[in-house]
Each structure stands twice: as C-alpha cells, then as structure tokens.
Design a protein around this ligand. Structure first.
Ligand SMILES: *Cc1c(COP(=O)(O)O)cnc(C)c1O
Length: 359
C-alpha cells in the first residue's frame, strides 16, 4: 500500500521529483559525479541556479524590478534580517498578529524597533483573519509584516492587504507556489523551502529593487539582502543540493500547468476535506470558513480521548504524521502541492471508517 505523508514540514515531495533525484544522484547528466559534488562556482551549478531563478520567475511572473535571493537560513532568520535590512533608519514597523508564526516574527522584531501590532486576532483564539478595516496602520512604519498562511493555526489570507506607500512584507512559507500571486503588490516575499519548495536548508526572498539598501551597520555579512543580491546569492557556499531539488520542483510545477493549475488542485483537495469535516459531528475545524487554509488543516476529534487511537490506526493505514502541533493539539493534515488527490481521498475514507467504528 502506498503511504501518504501529511507532515507540515519537512513535507512530502512529488514522487516524480524524488525518482529524478534518485536517478541522477550518482551521475548528474553524465558528468560522472553527483550534483552534491559540483563546485558552486563552476558553470554546471551556476547553470542550475540560473535555471531555478528563471523557472521561479516564470511561475510567479516576477516583475523585472524584483530580485530573487536563495538564502541558506530558514524562514526564521528573516525575522531578524527584515528589520536589519528594511528599517533604514526608521524606528517603527507594523506587524499583524494572526497566529504562531506571525507572533514569532513580532517577538524577534522587538529587538530592533518599536513594533506596532496593527491588528491581532488573539482575542479570537487565532481562528479568523482580522478585517482590514480594523487595522491601525502607522503611515511612518518602515514596513508592514504579516504571515499569509499560518501553518499551525490553519489560517490563510485569501486577499492581499492594501498598505499604501508602506512596503508590504510577507511570510509565505507554507503556501508559496500554491496559487498565482501578484508579486508587484509586495515589497518583499519570503518562504522557507521545506513546505512547498523542496528539502529543508533553503529559503527564498523576492524583494523589490528600491528596498535593497545596505543593512544596518554591524549586521553580519551573511544577513544582508543587499550583499546577497550583489553576490548572486553566493556570499558563501550555497546549499547546492537543496537548490537543485527545488529547481526540479519548479519544473514539476510547470509540467503540472503552473500556479493556476496548482490552485485548482489545491482548491479541490481542501474543499473536499472541509466538506467532510463540516458534514461530520465527530470531527471539527475551529477556523472561520472564509479564512481556512488550503494547505494546513488542523482538526479535532470531539472526544480527545480517541486522539492516540486515531493516530495509531492512521499510521497503520500508511497515513503518516497527522499529529497536530503541540500548541493547538488535535490533528493536522498538511496537503501541500505535492499531496495528490488520492492522498486526501485515502485519509477521508479512513476518517469516515474511524467515525463509523467509534462515533
Ligand atoms: C515553517 C515556518 C517557519 C519556520 O521555518 P524554518 O525554516 O524552520 O525557520 C516560519 N514561518 C512559517 C509560516 C512557517 O510555516
């Protein structure tokens, strides 16, 4: 029986990509060595990096005045790098609090500037996105930061905030490349790789040219976006293997029909899932319907005493890594781009059967 991995990250990768990695691992394109053993400054790897950027630009239709950076740091490092690079002498920044990851960014930013929490859904237990009309944005903020898909809370923005002249900075880690995105609406987009891009060990930054100024004096050299752009993402040895696998994922997405096709599939999978949750009296989703994530679906059993049994039986049915994050408990099914419809159908069939037996 085929296994399906519902982990939030490191997450499932397309089987086709894993097979391609296996096939080319020992002998990359007949060069007689592994891609892991290529010099990062040689023409072969430089070609891989350039193609990865070209494919990413095609997929997202990234405008000319934006740069792409391949960073070795995880998404978390950007919580420091964003203030260090984007404050540019200003003392204030706006942050939107919508759940665990946006809160972590806020805590880190407090080391560098006065953080204005312009909107928060804490009093709603992080179950709904705060309405734009209630945001108290500061016109003198250096930027507005938010997280457009809260991986743990299962909350997704299905709209893009309008922040006027203040640049919008977004953590898209867990729904990057899951749908088309008008990049031109953002000052900067960042995303960690291990959700929808590839293996862990890489994050991507897409940043508008005018925001690329030298970082605050004293910033470690590896943490400067300006420096990384000047060095073509090679201030030091980049994670070459991870970048190669990410490039194969970009090509896989293109073969699927690009981001519009990914969106159709992601909608289909998540609609199916939420419809099943809503029909059932045995399972429930706490998130407001209009703000539910298409990627990460936390859900609870009405009777938490059955949680361990559920997880054990799911695993026996090759439905893996469904335990919810410790801060929200219950279950979580992450159904990123690489999760096929059959995986969702298999999980829902198991859940219906479990409900029949224990409901
Ligand atoms: C996973 C995740 C992070 C943290 O990523 P690391 O690569 O572990 O630093 C940050 N933000 C979001 C939205 C995430 O899903």
């Amino acid at each position: 029986m085929r296994a399906f991995n519902f982990s939030a990250g490191p997450a499932t990768l397309p089987t086709e990509v894993l097979e391609q990695v296996q096939e080319e691992l020992l002998d990359w394109r007949g060069h007689g060595l592994s891609v892991m053993e290529l010099s990062h400054r040689g023409p072969e790897f430089m070609g891989i990096l350039a193609q990865a950027e070209t494919d990413l630009r095609d997929l997202l239709e990234i405008p000319e005045n934006y740069r792409v950076i391949f960073c070795q740091e995880g998404a978390s490092a950007h919580w420091d790098m964003i203030p260090l690079n984007l404050l540019q002498g200003r003392s204030r920044a706006d942050y939107i609090e919508t759940g665990y990851w946006s809160y972590r960014a806020i805590e880190e930013a407090r080391r560098y500037c006065q953080v204005n929490i312009a909107a928060s859904n804490r009093s709603d237990q992080f179950c709904a996105v705060p309405l734009l009309q209630d945001w108290r944005l500061d016109p003198n903020a250096a930027y507005v930061h938010y997280c457009s898909n809260e991986t743990i809370d299962g909350l997704e923005f299905h709209w893009i905030p309008e922040t006027g002249a203040v640049p919008l900075v977004v953590d898209m880690s867990s729904h990057f490349l899951s749908r088309p995105v008008p990049v031109g609406r953002f000052g900067m987009i960042y995303a960690g790789a291990q959700k929808n891009i590839g293996p862990a060990g890489l994050s991507l930054v897409i940043i508008r040219d005018d925001l690329l100024q030298p970082a605050t004096p004293g910033t470690p050299f590896l943490m400067s976006y300006h420096g990384q752009v000047l060095a073509n993402s090679m201030l030091n040895t980049p994670p070459t293997f991870t970048i190669w696998v990410a490039s194969l994922v970009f090509q896989w997405i293109k073969r699927q029909g690009g981001l519009a096709a990914m969106e159709v599939r992601n909608r289909e999978k998540s609609d199916l899932f939420y419809a099943a949750l809503d029909r059932s009296g045995f399972y429930r989703s706490a998130v407001k319907r209009s703000d539910r994530s298409r990627m990460n679906i936390p859900f609870h059993l009405r009777d938490p005493a059955l949680d361990e049994k559920f997880l054990k039986e799911a695993e026996a049915n090759h439905l893996l890594q469904l335990r919810g994050h410790r801060v929200v408990g219950g279950m979580r099914a992450s159904i990123y781009n690489a999760m096929p419809l059959e995986g969702v159908q298999a999980l829902l069939a198991f859940m219906a059967d479990f409900e029949r037996r224990y409901g």
